[in-house]
Design a protein around this ligand. Sequence first.
Ligand code: ATP
Length: 235
Amino acid sequence: MLRVEDLHVSYGAISALNGISLSVPAGAIVTLIGGNGAGKTTTLHSLSGLIRAARGRVHFAGEDITALAPHHIVARGLCHVPEGRMIFANLSVAENLAMGAYLQRSPAQIAAARDYCFSIFPRLRERLRQNAGTLSGGEQQMLAIARALMSRPKFLMLDEPSLGIAPRLISTIFEKIVEINRDHGTGILLVEQNARLALEISTHAYVLETGHIVMSGPSRELRNNAQLKAAYLGS
Ligand code: ATP
């Protein structure tokens, strides 16, 4: 469904991605693991059209989307949940959800997407009129994912959903990611520093170091890989 070929991205003289290739089959959860500054966020920014690649191609659902603008990429069903959540802090939960549906035209489909968000995250329904900036970190992450769901995505890219979240909520968020994937066959590319959790819910994983993919394979195999364990799993 998503295929990235030989992607190169630089920030001026700094080279952040040096020719990465990866793919995510339809309906799969694939994770991209890597330490600080490895290039994970750059990868997602590039796939969603926020930064232009110097070289390489991105194909989504059979179409070359490399040169498309971000709103055209969202319109095709590829939606990005950014690192740090980037919710609209001064807007209510309801208004944040409405912003996620800005490309949707059908009131019935918008209502159905909202109902689905509430079925996944009932807590958001309880806090509809609350300013999003006053939500807890975990609730803000739920809102960021729900806002993306309002665009009725075929594919979600999640950047560090566990970052800055109370440990007891992290497993809830990860369970919800699996639920969303199962309910609609939504493809997921998950960027995570929490390699242990990411490898538990994904079928396939790529390891990124200084802009290169240095390892990839089925998540079950990588969980037992000695090198990966030493570098990312703390054992
Ligand atoms: P983290 O988990 O710490 O967010 P990351 O794997 O997401 O790391 P990126 O944010 O993609 O890594 O950064 C990759 C490299 O590109 C780093 O060396 C970083 O310093 C550099 N970089 C990122 N954004 C910019 C920018 N706007 N200008 C210059 N260099 C940048």
